[in-house]
Design a protein around this ligand. Structure first.
Ligand SMILES: [Zn+2]
Length: 84
């Protein structure tokens, strides 16, 4: 998986987790199901974060502060920087 795709997928999962969290808070009847779903999403986020948020050049983990360049090898991380 490419870095851009991994980041996008991770953000989608984080948003989904927040939404599920909000639903649990609002509706107690789905709390158990929502909690399990939340844990599943969290696990998926962790897997993507640990396995795919890496430099495409040197393979080092990038952590939370991901700029335009790799902090380990200094190479450019993205082919084309998105507009937003
Ligand atoms: Zn690197």
């Amino acid at each position: 998986m490419k870095l851009e795709k991994a980041e996008k997928l991770m953000y989608i999962l984080i948003i989904a987790m927040i939404l599920v969290g909000a639903v649990i808070t609002a509706a107690e009847s789905v709390a158990v199901f929502g909690f399990v779903l939340c844990m599943g999403l969290l696990l998926a986020i962790l897997v993507i974060y640990l396995l795919y948020i890496r430099c495409p050049h040197c393979g080092e983990h990038l952590g939370r502060d991901r700029g335009e360049f790799c902090p380990h090898c200094g190479k450019k991380l993205r082919e084309n920087t998105p507009e937003n």
